[in-house]
Design a protein around this ligand. Structure first.
Ligand SMILES: *Cc1c(COP(=O)(O)O)cnc(C)c1O
Length: 391
């Protein structure tokens, strides 16, 4: 009898996603809408679970438009992303996309030309890359030199184009400036800055926005409460109730003609409801470091390598072990968890203190539901893919 394949799977909790998203949406103030940024995880069952709860999907490619339409022929779709091609713009118009988030003056021209040829007018938000300073967050998407959006200094030119081009209609602004922000007060500070910027632009240029899209960037805490890498659950998560309570007050100060305030969150909606489970194949000490080698790695779960963090995990003890083989273990010591790839960069967690981990145990990486499988280089070294279990 051949041995069973070692455990290697993503497990998703669809009920958890639906409950969490429902609570998140229910706490939003009037005028605010929650869209799901599907690049965080575009698996069909997840989109299917979220479609009836959120106001729609934010997509950034023709492939994502197709995924949205495969789930629901009517779900509202917002089309963003820094490099839209003419075929994608044609596809978006044919798919009935609600709005385009425009990233440059040339893109305004491209969208207008395609829309005119199709006998249509496309609603657009101008994505503006703001001049900071910003509240602290892990990845600043704007304020410094990034490729996203229209430089705030070039806004007059973009507004002129948006007004004059026959195939586009200016509907407002899009501002997505940061990622993985854990502080409700910092987020509110940023939204206050957005309010002040947009009202100033409206005054300076004599225009009105109907829609202001404030992006995503609500964070997930991957770090243990103690700050010391140790096995188990990470520290406190973003306090959505506290945030929306204050947001209610802030939105009351927004001009009445802003009929819609869009959020487009990815990570915050799904991260907590995915777990990457992988079996320990070996435990060994090399030059003073205790390594735990798993079946899997960064080709399945690139997030820890991409963010340069130790990803939180639990150890599930598995008592079964074949006769006649030594069973190495680490106890009460710091371990570095590595995968099956032939590169020293294949590290999922570093110097994490565990009670006990043995070959044959299973590590459960928590908060793996967003930017996990989705961002990984699946076929490097041609190992089998993990299972994907949705329930
Ligand atoms: C990635 C992205 C989002 C979602 O970001 P999260 O940090 O996952 O909430 C929203 N809007 C834009 C434009 C993005 O690029």
């Amino acid at each position: 009898m051949s041995a069973p394949e070692p455990v290697c799977r993503y497990r998703y909790d669809l009920t958890g996603i639906a409950e969490h998203a429902s609570k998140v949406v229910a706490q939003l103030p009037e005028r605010c809408r929650m869209f799901y940024a599907m690049k965080a995880n575009s698996a069909h069952p997840i989109l299917h679970a979220l479609a009836p709860i959120v106001s729609g999907f934010e997509v950034a490619s023709g492939g994502e438009i197709a995924k949205a339409r495969a789930v629901d022929t009517d779900v509202p779709v917002l089309f963003g992303g820094p490099a839209k091609t003419q075929p994608e713009i044609e596809q978006a118009l044919a798919a009935g996309v609600l709005r385009f988030h425009v990233e440059s003056v040339l893109e305004l021209h491209r969208i207008s030309a395609v829309a005119v040829a199709a006998g249509r007018v496309a609603d657009v938000l101008l994505r503006v890359n703001l001049a900071g300073p910003f509240p602290p967050a892990t990845i600043a998407m704007a304020g410094g030199a990034t490729q996203f959006g229209i430089d705030e200094g070039r806004l007059p030119e973009a507004l002129r184009a948006a007004r004059e081009l026959p195939g586009v209609r200016f509907a407002g602004f899009h501002l997505h400036s940061l990622s993985n922000n854990l502080s409700p007060s910092a987020h509110l500070q940023m939204l206050t800055l957005y309010r002040d910027k947009v009202t100033r632009w409206e005054r300076d240029h004599g225009l009105r926005s109907e829609v202001v899209n404030v992006g995503g960037g609500i964070g997930v805490n991957y770090t243990p409460a103690s700050g010391v890498p140790a096995q188990g659950e990470p520290g406190p998560q973003f306090d959505w109730s506290a945030f929306t309570c204050e947001l209610d007050r802030l939105v009351a100060t927004f001009p009445a003609h802003w009929r819609e305030i869009d959020f487009e969150c990815g990570r915050f909606l799904v991260a907590a409801f995915g777990t990457y489970e992988t079996e320990v194949l070996d435990v060994k000490r090399n030059h003073g470091t205790q390594y735990v080698v798993v079946r899997g790695g960064t080709h399945h779960f690139r997030l820890p390598a991409s963010w340069q963090h130790s990803h939180p995990f639990r150890v599930r003890a598995v008592d079964a072990w074949p006769d006649g083989l030594p069973r190495p273990e680490a106890r009460g010591s710091a371990v570095t968890v590595v995968g099956e790839l032939c590169t020293p960069k294949d590290v999922l967690a570093r110097d994490v203190v565990v009670d006990r981990v043995r070959a044959g145990d299973v590590l459960e990486f928590v908060y793996a539901g967003a930017y996990g499988w989705e961002i990984s280089h699946h076929d490097f070294l041609s190992h089998p893919h993990p299972e994907h279990v949705f329930r």
